[in-house]
Ligand binder design. Structure first.
Ligand SMILES: Nc1ncnc2c1ncn2[C@@H]1O[C@H](COP(=O)(O)OP(=O)(O)O)[C@@H](O)[C@H]1O
Ligand SMILES: [Mg+2]
Length: 252
């Protein structure tokens, strides 16, 4: 049996005015794999994520989720198809408690709209789901603290939790370890590994140790094109990739 890719991009282009940021991206993310997207600053990685998540419209090309066309879907429609994006900057409600942030995320993923929130908020079903996620991200000790009081690394963990709370099967994480020290980054990667088991992950990451330790496959975006895709060891040995990263210590 052939399993459809979780995500398939064909010839995806994005232009801002006269500037071509993405020049024809082909990318396949297999269902259940952890796929890293790497590339120099300004390569177009975040722009690509915004197209996949439906926040911006591609100028050309096609994006499929689980084999179905998703090129022109809204962000809401895309999240309904099971794709969640977490942001380079954190997206929690700072004055709500950690637990209530998670409850909101569970509720937001339901189809029954805001008017049903009063009925569901505090329901055992929603609380149980929020508690599961709370445990998975290791924030039980902070359940009732305002999210804004968490450390930066904890807020990023909560951010991941918000994506998980909605039940997404495909996660896009844009630089999840940005701004963390080495110990925090290592913990974040462990958390991502544990919580994405059985899901599909596409992740932008600059920390090469993290990329090579976590990813099943790696794609390299340079000047708006994917120049290589392969297992971490293949990418490390790829001459074109080395050239694109010349002087950055890549592959050492
Ligand atoms: N809204 C926009 N308008 C014009 N140019 C943009 C816009 N967003 C991003 N860009 C440009 O697109 C290029 C790629 O940006 P980005 O996707 O953020 O790269 P990366 O995430 O790989 O660092 C950059 O040159 C950036 O200046
Ligand atoms: Mg970026």
């Amino acid at each position: 049996m052939t399993v459809l890719p979780a995500l398939q991009l064909r010839g995806v282009e994005k232009r801002f005015g006269d500037t071509w940021v993405l020049r024809g991206v082909d990318l396949e993310v297999r269902a259940g794999e952890r796929h890293a997207l790497i590339g120099p600053n300004g390569a177009g990685k975040s722009t690509l994520f915004s197209l996949i998540a439906g926040e911006r419209r591609a100028s050309a090309g096609r994006i499929e989720l689980n084999g179905a066309d998703a090129t022109r879907l809204s962000p809401v429609a895309i999240s309904r198809r099971g794709l969640a994006r977490s942001f380079q900057t954190t997206s929690v409600f700072p004055r709500l408690s950690v637990f209530d942030n998670l409850r909101c995320a569970v509720l937001a993923a339901r189809r029954d709209g805001v008017r049903a929130w009063r009925r569901w908020f505090g329901s055992a079903l929603v609380d149980a789901r929020a508690n599961d996620v709370l445990a998975a991200i290791g924030l039980q000790h902070a359940a009732h603290s305002p999210a804004g009081m968490l450390s930066y690394a904890e807020q990023r963990a909560l951010d991941l939790g918000l994506a998980l709370a909605g039940g997404a099967h495909t996660l896009l994480l844009d630089e999840p370890t940005a701004g963390m020290n080495r110990a925090e980054a290592a913990r974040a990667i462990d958390l991502i590994r544990a919580t994405t088991a059985g899901r599909t992950l596409l992740m932008v990451e600059h920390d090469m140790d993290a990329v090579f330790g976590l990813a099943d496959r790696v794609s390299v975006l340079v000047q708006g094109r994917v120049i290589a895709t392969g297992a971490p060891a293949e990418i490390r040995a790829n001459d074109a990739v080395r050239d694109a990263y010349l002087g950055s210590g890549f592959g050492r």
